[in-house]
Design a protein around this ligand. Structure first.
Ligand code: NDP
Length: 676
């Protein structure tokens, strides 16, 4: 079959010209399967297009608009996933490896779509935290906000997950409102390009939102600015080179790096040969060695086990590894495919040799492997290799050399502190896992190792069935680690979106800040009028619309009635003597929930109207006790609004309950669904 030529995509068009070609070879057969067409890209123009066309288009949309876009992109990838599966085999990936890459990638976009709609406002500015009162009279306030950076996100991706690696960066970037320039790794660029084409074909993105650079990045870095973000995944060497680029330093270009990582798994000191955690540990180490042929930035490289169990673990691992069929990933009987290229295999063999200076190979032969349905020399096949290092304190190599393939080193520890010290010798990793049923041991490990690891997965018999495992980064959790792992952080739900936004501290009057953020704060003007706010439809309701209710006096009978009606006969409401001895109350007080109920009784407008439902309240605080004879009244103000769909939107109300002296006794935010 004639190899397909793939091209870059810039300024909203495929650049299908240029004479240069570089081959992409099948990891399985060695045949040329695609060629990268080198098209003489003007990198300054690519950046300018992103900044001048893509950025404004994306920033004109609200978070919810962008979330809908991500949903459409995720669905487009799912609808055409078979095209991607077909291409993925030649990267060496089995069907289940490809599932992680392709459906995991689409799933990440869909998760960001749903988080964007649920956790971000239907607006373009994001508020960060509560207002800060900066003056005595409250006329001068502070508040933090996030707005999208006005540059481009340059995504430089690794070869191992061409689809997921691209989409896990695109989700947060596009949700933030920042255009992206994607540079996939050349070794698997044919698969990344096919997925990118699906995103473009979906035709939901504003112009300039996405561009694709295949091959070298030319002088791209020379044109970066402080509004741009580089998000890099790959080797420490390349990361360091790019991070040292003079423009990156001079312009303070944000640089997010995910690099090599010597991830560890610890078998807890409580675990015996027969405990469920023993088998779980063995299965996980084997899984991490063989999924994607071990080419995972999160794979377990160091298996750290109690001295007394090391022989048993070694035997169990060897038995399990012996059952792993290596070969043509298209063959369903095969569990482990090939490395991405022959060059990568040579590289991994070199690293195994280096590791073998401090450890001995106890399973597998780096130079020979029996393969199913394939040619072991033409394809980049490698046996799983288990090493054992009995003196891990004395070795530098086992904690520093990452063989990016099906390779792990087993090592013993004396006690938990020793295990933690060994895990931390990786000098920063993306993930470590702990297999234990002992909660105290787990807490000690988190205290001892947390600072060195971006994620700690604790597995035991109770969660094993549902656990997503050691090696899977999840969109809701941060992915990244300190030190050697790059010092970056990606995903983590909305946290990942913020990497593409600027936090700005605003100062001004409540009126000014409320108008800027579309979120009313106390001190900002109230809108009065005779019409009850509950009679206003979502679209009619202006922020600041306020209802001040009449007062209601709380009597002892009210408190008695409420207590017996609800069953809440706590002494502070019922027993004058006991309540008088309570230093906070000094006598019987009304129930907090009675106040809430009476507040609703005061502000509610009973007949059917645009308020469809009360669906909760946030940030409730009881500030001052209310005693029999006190009179409460309520101020209810429309604080913020978020359209949910064509039928209704969410309204957040600021509620303040005050006593006869005007002192607040309770504050909270009430949530209603209002018809549009
Ligand atoms: P590289 O660092 O060589 O490449 C990563 C990305 O950077 C690729 O897209 C590559 O493009 C690009 N790149 C390389 N040089 C430059 C440059 N000078 N300017 C701009 N972009 C550049 O890593 P690999 O993907 O080849 O993987 C090698 C090693 O990286 C692995 O053996 C492993 O140790 C580590 N790795 C770590 C991962 C992690 O998540 N922590 C994931 C994958 C790999 P091109 O392919 O065109 O050279």
């Amino acid at each position: 079959m004639e190899p397909r030529t793939i091209w870059s995509y810039a300024a909203d068009g495929w650049i299908e010209t240029g004479d240069g070609r570089s081959d992409i070879r099948s990891a399985v057969t060695g045949e040329t399967i695609a060629q990268i067409g080198h098209s003489g890209i003007d990198f300054a123009a690519v950046l300018a297009h992103a900044r001048n066309i893509g950025g404004p288009g994306l920033r004109a949309l609200t978070f919810h608009d962008r979330a809908k876009m991500l949903k459409a992109l995720g669905e487009a990838v799912m609808a055409r996933k078979e095209e991607l599966y077909a291409l993925s085999y030649d990267t060496g990936a089995t069907k289940s490896d490809s599932w992680i890459d392709i459906e995991g990638g689409a799933g990440t976009l869909l998760t960001y779509a749903s988080k964007g709609r649920r956790e971000l406002p239907n607006d373009r500015i994001l508020i960060d935290g509560a207002p800060e009162r900066l003056s005595k009279r409250g006329t001068f306030m502070g508040e933090h906000v996030f707005t999208p950076l006005q540059g481009a996100a340059v995504h430089i991706n690794a070869f191992n997950f061409p689809v997921w690696g691209m989409l896990e960066k695109l989700g947060p970037t596009l949700l933030a409102g920042v255009p992206a320039i994607v540079k996939p790794a050349s070794a698997t660029a044919q698969l990344a390009e096919a997925c990118f084409r699906i995103l473009i074909d979906a035709d939901v993105l504003p112009k300039g939102a996405l561009q694709l650079i295949l091959g070298p990045t030319g002088d791209l870095f020379d044109h970066l600015s402080g509004q741009d973000v580089v998000s890099f995944t790959g080797s420490a060497e390349t990361a360091e080179k790019l991070q040292r680029h003079p423009v990156v330093a001079r312009e303070s270009v944000r640089f997010i790096a995910e690099r090599d990582s010597l991830n560890a798994a610890i078998l807890g000191p409580d675990v015996t040969r027969d405990a469920p955690e023993f088998a779980l540990f063995v299965n996980e180490v084997v899984r991490e060695m063989t999924v994607k042929a071990g080419q995972k930035c999160t794979a377990i490289r160091r298996a750290i086990v109690p001295e007394a169990l090391i022989d048993a673990v070694e035997t169990a691992l060897k038995d399990a590894l012996a059952k792993v069929a290596v070969g043509n990933p298209r063959d369903e009987a095969v569990q482990m495919g090939a490395l991405v290229s022959l060059a990568q295999r040579d590289e991994v063999r070199g690293k195994i040799k280096a590791l073998a200076q401090d450890a001995r190979i106890v399973f597998g032969d780096p130079d020979s492997v029996a393969v199913k349905d394939a040619d072991a020399e033409k394809g980049a096949f490698l046996s799983p290799i288990l090493l054992r290092c009995d003196a891990p304190d004395k070795s530098e190599r086992v904690h520093a050399i990452e063989a990016f393939g099906p390779v792990a080193t087993l090592m013993p520890y004396r006690d938990l502190n020793h295990a933690v010290a060994l895990a931390n010798r990786g000098k920063g990793s993306l993930v470590m896992s702990l297999f234990t049923y002992d909660t105290a041991a787990a807490r000690d490990v988190v205290m001892g190792a947390g600072a060195f690891h971006g994620r700690i997965a604790i597995t035991d018999r109770d969660c094993a069935k549902e656990s997503t495992g050691h090696g899977s980064p999840l969109p809701a959790l941060t992915h990244g680690g300190p030190g050697r792992a790059g010092g970056g952080e990606e995903m983590g739900g909305i946290r990942g979106v913020l990497h593409y936004m600027q936090r700005t501290a605003l100062q001004g009057t409540p009126r000014m800040l409320s108008a800027i953020t579309a979120d009313w704060m106390p001190g900002a003007p109230e809108i009065g009028g005779d019409l009850h706010p509950f009679r206003m439809r979502f679209g009619e309701l202006e922020l600041g619309k306020t209802l001040h209710t009449a007062a209601r006096t709380i009597t002892l009978e009210d408190i008695e009635h409420f207590a017996h009606f609800t069953g809440d006969t706590f002494y502070a409401h019922m027993d004058e003597k006991a309540a008088a001895a309570n230093p906070l109350f000094g006598g019987r007080v009304a129930h907090g929930y009675l106040l809430l109920s009476f507040a609703a009784g005061l502000f509610v407008d009973p007949p059917p109207g645009p308020v469809l439902a009360n669906y909760g309240l946030d940030n409730l605080r009881f500030l001052k006790p209310v005693k029999p004879g006190d009179a409460i009244k309520v101020a209810l103000t429309a604080k913020s609004k978020s359209l949910r769909n064509a039928q209704y939107g969410e309204v957040r109300w600021a509620v303040t309950v005050t006593n006869q002296n005007g002192e607040p006794v309770a504050t909270y935010e009430l949530l209603t669904m209002n018809a549009v």
